[in-house]
Design a protein around this ligand. Structure first.
Ligand code: CDP
Length: 326
């Protein structure tokens, strides 16, 4: 069994495009959307009661006291670790995006609903764009665009897709991907679980040796943020062992954006009459798990998150884009 950021052989449940899902989709499609700026500001100040959103974007060098203990947060295990050596040098000295606001933001999830959506131009027209998990852009530009200001990188990606950079070919493709997004922030959650701590050390070592070569990349490392964020989401009726990366990006967007557009958030195997794969880049599907046709991780409750996004959409706090862009 392969371990990943989730720290165990992940469980998948089959998700169906059932009547409830269909009804929610219809509700979204039929709603006449209008932006609700006050609602977004309220969400922002509610969130701030639970956590400092800027610490969620990144720790700064002030936060790294050598020898300090940090608690990892993961679905099954709670463990302590020392702050890894080599982190401090990579941390920004100042908070990122503090007092910076962007008029419109695109938050791009990785759902297969983006295939043939032609949403690329619309996504790129925003002032700021978030992407998840080092997502593929090349070859999908028409549907997903290219603009990238923040992209997340779960440590396990280094194991799953880049053989921990052991081979030169893996290193080359990792570095090609690193430079492919332009100038951006690479957001690396290193405290999610201790299962990937070896990989985390390798990532830190790699960037300590190489970061000068990648002047286009600003590294960001959120602290141990998940417990407080989960507490916030609990007040919104979301009870998950682990909030999805995409929803975490919404939290950041709510902090720095004035209007939020979400694309590629769709956890169902079908949209209207079309069947869709889990990821728009289906090569990213975990090939070691072949006994599911369409699954999500048990402790992510993406269908619950979808209902939440529906509510936020109807309240004008985000615009959730489904189907084709005009
Ligand atoms: O690793 P994780 O499952 O968090 O993310 P991913 O599969 O790389 O996709 C990035 C984000 O897009 C997820 O965290 C979800 O928020 C969203 N997503 C979705 O809503 N529906 C899908 N079918 C796939 C991803």
């Amino acid at each position: 069994a392969q371990e990943d950021d989730y720290g165990e052989e992940s469980y998948y449940s089959i998700v169906r495009y059932d009547d409830k899902a269909k009804a929610n989709v219809e509700e979204i499609l039929q709603h006449h959307w209008a932006a609700n700026k006050t609602g977004l500001l309220q969400t922002r100040s509610e969130m701030r009661k639970f956590f400092n959103p800027y610490k969620m974007i990144t720790m700064t060098s002030d936060d790294d006291t050598r020898g300090q203990l940090k608690r990892f947060y993961s679905a099954k295990a709670k463990a302590m670790t020392l702050i890894p050596p080599g982190l401090r040098k990579l941390l920004p000295t100042k908070q990122l995006f503090s007092n910076q606001y962007f008029k419109t933001c695109s938050v791009v999830g990785n759902s297969g609903i983006l295939i043939n959506s032609s949403c690329g131009a619309e996504i790129d027209a925003a002032d700021f764009a978030f992407r998840c998990n080092f997502a593929t852009v090349k070859g999908y530009e028409k549907d997903v665009g290219t603009k990238t200001d923040v992209i997340t990188f779960n440590p396990s990606i280094l194991d799953r897709f880049y053989g921990r950079l052991k081979k030169d070919t893996d290193k080359k493709s990792f570095e090609e991907r690193l430079v492919s997004y332009g100038k951006y922030v690479l957001w690396i959650p290193i405290f999610s679980t201790h299962y990937v701590s070896r990989t985390v050390h390798e990532i830190l070592e790699y960037f300590n040796l190489n970061f000068k070569r990648f002047t286009n990349v600003q590294l960001a490392f959120p602290g141990n943020i998940l417990p407080d964020i989960s507490d916030y989401w609990l007040t919104q009726g979301i009870d998950e062992e682990r909030i999805s990366t995409g929803l975490l990006m919404f939290n950041i967007a709510a902090t720095i954006c004035e209007e939020i557009h979400m694309y590629g958030f769709y956890p169902f195997p079908q949209f209207q009459e079309t069947s869709i794969p889990y990821h728009y880049d289906d090569s990213r599907r975990n090939k070691t798990r072949n006994n599911y046709d369409y699954g999500y991780r048990r402790f992510h409750q993406l269908p619950d998150e979808f209902v939440l996004l529906k509510k936020l959409h109807k309240a004008g706090i985000v615009k959730l884009h489904l189907g084709k862009c005009p």
